[in-house]
Design a protein around this ligand. Structure first.
Ligand code: ZN
Ligand code: ZN
Length: 898
C-alpha cells in the first residue's frame, strides 16, 4: 500500500468510526403513527397556566433567607396551604430546549436533535400545546417558536420580545420577566373589547404558558448566590401572585384554573448549566388550583438529601417527579390527550380526584405508552428476517392483551388500587421494551464497527513492524495464494451485502458492515509478517512477552480512566516517577533521575486540585510570574558565566525581551484584577499590553537561538507570558512544572538510549535544530520506543486534563479572559479559552519533537505508534458511550452553545 492510499484508508476508517457513533448511539427514539389516548372522564380544569422560571434551582426557591423568611412568600403560602409541591428531576443535558421538551412534550430529547440543529425543529413531535384547544405563550424567542412550529393547525400563539431587544434586559434581566407579566395583563384587558378573543379564552382545554428568562440570565451574569438572582426570584413570585389573582378575577373565581410552576433546569454555583450536578438537575415543582391536591401533613418522611430540614418543610409531603411526568399531569388536569411521544408516568399524588378518575387516567397513560411500544416493535419486525427476529419476551402480544383485560376488569370491579399498580407494571414493561427495540441493532452494528477498527489497528501494527523494524525477512509473494484470498474476501462481502439487502437496511449499514472486509483482507495479506512476529514472540521467554502485553494494557486503561477521573493521572505520574528506579537508569544519572522523580510527583498534585476557575487566587498567579522571572534570570546568568561560544548578543537580547514581557504580564494581571475589584473596569493600557503580548509571543521564539534548550526555553517564556494573562489561580503553575518535566524527559530519553547501547552520548547542550535533519540517520525501532510514544500520549492527556481546563471552556468562565476583554463576546472568549487549553499541549508537542530528533527516530514511525495507542483508546470510548450523561455530552454541549 502506497503512502497516499494508506493515509486515505486511515481517514476513511476514522470518519466512518466517528459517524457510526451518531448512528448507533444518538438516533431519535421517536416513533410516529400512534393514536391519541384520552381519559374518558370529565377533567377537573378548563384551563392551565404553566410558569417556567428558566434556570431556577429548587433550593433557591424553597430555602429561607438568613432572617427566616421566604424570598417567594406567595409560592410558599401556596405549598403550605393550597397546593402540592416537590422536586422535578431533570436529565442531562440540562439545557433549556431539552428541559422544555420534557416538560411540554413528555420525552427526553436525544443528542441527535442537537446534532441536527438547535433552533429548528429537527423532529416532529406532539406536545400539550398541540393537543390543547388554544395555547397562548409569552417569553423568549429561543423557546416559544419551537412548540408553535411543531403544532398542527393554527392554535398555538406566541408573543416574544425580539432577540435584539433582549438588550433591554442588559441592565436588569428581571425586566425580561416584567415584560411577560405586563403583556399577559394587557392581553387579558384587551380581550374585554374583543369578542372573538374573549370567547376563545373562555373555551375548555386552554393553556397559558409564561416563560420567564430573567432568573437564568441573572444566574449566568451574577451566579445563583448573588443578590440579583435572589431579587429576581422575589420579582417572579410577585408576578405570579398578580397573574393568579388577575385570572381568578377574569374568570369570576370559577375554580377551573390549574396552575403549575417549575423550571427547565437548575444552575451550578458558578453560573453554568448543562451537566448533571444536583444543583442543575433538581428543579422546583409547585402545583395548585383545579384538580390539584391540597398539602398533605405528615409526621416524617425520608429522603436521602437533607433539604427538607434546611427548608423547614419536614411536615409537608414532598412529591418528587421526573421532569417528563409533568406533561401527563398537565394533560389530565385539563383533559387533553397525552402527548403521543410522552414517556412520563402520571404522578397520581398530585391529583385531587376520585379513585375512579385516577385509575382511568393511569390506564390511558399505560395504553398511550404501549402504543409507542407496538409501533416500534412493528417497525423493527418489518426490517428484520423473521428467523433472526428476537422479540421482547416480557411483553409478548398475549401478555399485553392479558394485562389490559385484567386492568379493565379491576376498574369495572372498582378495585382501583390493583388497577393502578397493574398499569404501573405495564408502563415499566413498555418503557423497557421501547429501549430494547431502540437499541436492537446496537450490538450487531457495534461489533462490525469494532471489527473494522480492530482490523485497521492490527494493520497499522503490521506496517510498523514491516517498515521500521528488522523483525521480518524480505517479503515473498505468492501470486496464486493472494488471488484465492481476494476471491474469498469478495465472496464474504457479497454474502454480507445480500443479507443487508433482503432486510432493507439503511445504506449506512452497508458501510459499517462491509468496511471490515477490505481491512481484514489487507491484514491477512501480510500473513508472513504475522508469522515472523509470532516466531519472534515465541523465541522470547513467556514471562517477558506476557509482561510486556500486560504493561501495555494497564497503561492504556490508565489513560482511558483519566478521561473520567482526573486523579488517575496522578497514579500514572507516580508510576512514571518509579521508572528510573525500575530500569536502573538511576545508577547512570543520579541527579537527572532525582529531578525527574520530584517533578513527576509535583505534577501529580494538579489533577487532584479542583477544576480551575472556581476559586480565583490572583496572588498565586503573581507569585508564579515572579518565579518564572527568577528561573529565567538564573538561566541567563549561567549562560553568561559559561560564556557559551555558541551564543551571541542578539540571542541575549531576545531573552531579555521575553523576561520583560513576563514581568509586564505579571503586572497586568495584578492591576487588572485590582481595578475590576474596585469596579473601575479594565484599563485600556492593560488591554493593549495583553494583546501585544499575545501577538509577540508567537513571533519572539522564532528569533531565539536554534540550540535545543535555548529554543525550548524561549518557547516556554513566550507561552508563559500569555498563559499568566489567562490564569486566575493555581493553574498558572501548571505549564511551568509541566515544561520542567519535559526538559528532564529529553535528558532522560538520552540516558535511556545509551542504556540500550543505541547511541553515543551527543552533547544535548550544543544540539542545534538547524543542522539536525541533514546529519540525522534514522535508526530502527526498538521496544523502548513504544514506551516513548506512550509517554507522549500520557503527557498530552495530562496537558488537557491536568487542570480541568476543558471544564472551564465548557462553562465559559469569563473571569480568566478579563485581561483581554470584559464585554461579553462568546466568540472571542471561546477563542481565548481554547488558546489557554492549547498552550500546555504545545509545550508537550515541542518536547516530543525534541525527543524524536535527539533519539534519531523517524517522525513517521513514532506517529504510527501514537496512532495505534489512540485508536485503542478510541475503541474503549466507543463501548463506553451512553445515551445520556456521558462525557460525550461535553461535545454535545459545546455544539449547543455555538
Ligand atoms: Zn433554560
Ligand atoms: Zn441558561
Amino acid at each position: 500500500m502506497g503512502i497516499p492510499v494508506f493515509v486515505f484508508a486511515g481517514l476513511l476508517v476514522h470518519c466512518v468510526f466517528l459517524a457510526s457513533i451518531f448512528d448507533i448511539y444518538f438516533t431519535s427514539p421517536l416513533v410516529h403513527g400512534m393514536t391519541p389516548q384520552q381519559t374518558p372522564l370529565p377533567p377537573p380544569g378548563k384551563r392551565l397556566v404553566l410558569f417556567v422560571a428558566d434556570g431556577l434551582r429548587a433550593d433557591s426557591l424553597y430555602e429561607l433567607d438568613s432572617n427566616g423568611t421566604s424570598r417567594a412568600p406567595f409560592l410558599r403560602s401556596i405549598l403550605e396551604n393550597t397546593g402540592s409541591w416537590g422536586i422535578s428531576h431533570t436529565r442531562v443535558p440540562t439545557e433549556s430546549r431539552p428541559g422544555h421538551v420534557a416538560l411540554i412534550a413528555g420525552f427526553y430529547e436525544d443528542v441527535s436533535a442537537v446534532a441536527k440543529g438547535w433552533k429548528e425543529n429537527p423532529v416532529e413531535f406532539d406536545s400539550i400545546f398541540n393537543e390543547s384547544k388554544y395555547t397562548w405563550s409569552w417569553g423568549s424567542p429561543d423557546i416559544l417558536p419551537m412548540f408553535a412550529k411543531g403544532a398542527s393547525g393554527d392554535h398555538v400563539y406566541t408573543f416574544c420580545y425580539t432577540a435584539e431587544s433582549e438588550d433591554f434586559g442588559a441592565q436588569d434581566a428581571a425586566k425580561l420577566d416584567t415584560w411577560v407579566f405586563d403583556h399577559v395583563k394587557s392581553f387579558f384587558n384587551s380581550s374585554r373589547s374583543n369578542q372573538t378573543l374573549y370567547s376563545a379564552l373562555n373555551e375548555e382545554k386552554v393553556v397559558l404558558f409564561l416563560h420567564l428568562l430573567g432568573i437564568d440570565t441573572n444566574g449566568h451574569a451574577h451566579r445563583p448566590n448573588s443578590r440579583e438572582y435572589k431579587e429576581n426570584i422575589r420579582k417572579v413570585d410577585e408576578g405570579v401572585k398578580e397573574i393568579a389573582s388577575m385570572l381568578e378575577n377574569f374568570y369570576g373565581n370559577d375554580g377551573k384554573t390549574a396552575f403549575i410552576l417549575t423550571s427547565d433546569h437548575g444552575m451550578t454555583d458558578w453560573g453554568s448549566h448543562g451537566a448533571g450536578h444536583p444543583s442543575e438537575t433538581l428543579t422546583p415543582l409547585i402545583a395548585w388550583g383545579a384538580g390539584v391536591n391540597y398539602p398533605q401533613r405528615v409526621a416524617s418522611q425520608f429522603f436521602e438529601d437533607n433539604f427538607l430540614k434546611e427548608w423547614k418543610l419536614e411536615n409537608l409531603k414532598r412529591l418528587d417527579v421526573n421532569q417528563a411526568d409533568i406533561a401527563p399531569l398537565m394533560a389530565s388536569l385539563i383533559g387533553v390527550p397525552f402527548p403521543l411521544n410522552s414517556v412520563g408516568t402520571l404522578p397520581l399524588e398530585y391529583l385531587n380526584n376520585s379513585a375512579h378518575f385516577k385509575a382511568e387516567s393511569m390506564f390511558t397513560n399505560a395504553v398511550q405508552i404501549l402504543e409507542q411500544f407496538k409501533v416500534k416493535m412493528t417497525q423493527k419486525k418489518e426490517t428484520t428476517l423473521s428467523f433472526l427476529f428476537t422479540p421482547f419476551k416480557p411483553l409478548s402480544d398475549s401478555e399485553q392483551i392479558n394485562l389490559l383485560k385484567k386492568t379493565r376488569l379491576y376498574i369495572q370491579q372498582e378495585k382501583y388500587d390493583e388497577a393502578v399498580s397493574l398499569c404501573k407494571t405495564l408502563i415499566n414493561l413498555a418503557l423497557e421494551g421501547l429501549s430494547y427495540y431502540h437499541t436492537y441493532d446496537r450490538l450487531f452494528l457495534g461489533l462490525s464497527i469494532a471489527m473494522g477498527f480492530v482490523g485497521w489497528t492490527a494493520y497499522v501494527i503490521l506496517v510498523i513492524i514491516k517498515t521500521h523494524t528488522n523483525l521480518t525477512k524480505a517479503a515473498q509473494s505468492h501470486d496464486k495464494e493472494s488471488t484465492i484470498l481476494l476471491y474469498g474476501f469478495a465472496f464474504v462481502g457479497l454474502i454480507i451485502a445480500f443479507f443487508l439487502l433482503i432486510q432493507t437496511c439503511p445504506w449506512t449499514y452497508y458501510v459499517y458492515c462491509l468496511l471490515p472486509v477490505p481491512v481484514w483482507y489487507a491484514v491477512v495479506k501480510e500473513l508472513h509478517v504475522i508469522q515472523d512476529l509470532a516466531a519472534y514472540l515465541l523465541s522470547l521467554p513467556v514471562g517477558q512477552s506476557m509482561g510486556f502485553l500486560l504493561i501495555c494494557a494497564l497503561g492504556i486503561e490508565i489513560l482511558v480512566f483519566s478521561f473520567f477521573y482526573r486523579s488517575t493521572l496522578t497514579i500514572g505520574l507516580l508510576v512514571f516517577a518509579g521508572w528510573p528506579v525500575i530500569t536502573q537508569l538511576w545508577v547512570q544519572a543520579k541527579t537527572t533521575a532525582l529531578i525527574w522523580i520530584l517533578l513527576c510527583m509535583l505534577l501529580g498534585i494538579f489533577p487532584l486540585m479542583p477544576v480551575v476557575g472556581r476559586e480565583p487566587n490572583i496572588p498565586l498567579v503573581i507569585a508564579t510570574g515572579l518565579l518564572t522571572l527568577l528561573i529565567s534570570c538564573s538561566s541567563l546568568s549561567s549562560l553568561c558565566k559559561s560564556k557559551n561560544k555558541y551564543m551571541n548578543n542578539e540571542d541575549l537580547k531576545v531573552q531579555f525581551y521575553q523576561m520583560l514581557s513576563i514581568a509586564l504580564s505579571t503586572y497586568v494581571v495584578s492591576s487588572t484584577h485590582d481595578s475590576l475589584q474596585n469596579k473601575q473596569g479594565l484599563p485600556v493600557f492593560n488591554q493593549i499590553i495583553s494583546w501585544t503580548t499575545l501577538v509577540s509571543s508567537s513571533v519572539l521564539p522564532l528569533l531565539s537561538p536554534t540550540f535545543l534548550f535555548q529554543r525550548l526555553f524561549s518557547i516556554l517564556l513566550s507561552l508563559m507570558s500569555t498563559y499568566l494573562l489567562l490564569s486566575t489561580g493555581y493553574e498558572a503553575l501548571f505549564p511551568l512544572v509541566l515544561s520542567g518535566l519535559m526538559f528532564v524527559w529529553i535528558n532522560m530519553e538520552q540516558e535511556a538510549l545509551q542504556q540500550y547501547g543505541l547511541s553515543l552520548k551527543p552533547k544535548l547542550a550544543v544540539f542545534n535544530f538547524s543542522y539536525a535533519t541533514d546529519i540525522m540517520q534514522f535508526r530502527q525501532l526498538h521496544l523502548d520506543d513504544v514506551r516513548r510514544s506512550f509517554f507522549f500520549v500520557f503527557f498530552i492527556v495530562t496537558a488537557f486534563f491536568g487542570t480541568g481546563n476543558i471544564a472551564s471552556v465548557n462553562s465559559f468562565d469569563p473571569a480568566s479572559v478579563y485581561c483581554f476583554l470584559t464585554v461579553f463576546s462568546p466568540f472571542m472568549m471561546g477563542g481565548l479559552l481554547v488558546l489557554k487549553v492549547v498552550i500546555p499541549f504545545v509545550l508537550v508537542s515541542c518536547a516530543f519533537e525534541a525527543v524524536q530528533v535527539t533519539t534519531q527516530l523517524s517522525s513517521k514511525s513514532l506517529f504510527l505508534i501514537v496512532l495505534v495507542i489512540s485508536d485503542i483508546m478510541a475503541l474503549h470510548f466507543f463501548f463506553l458511550v451512553k445515551d445520556y450523561g456521558s462525557w460525550l455530552d461535553i461535545g454535545a454541549r459545546l455544539l449547543l452553545k455555538c
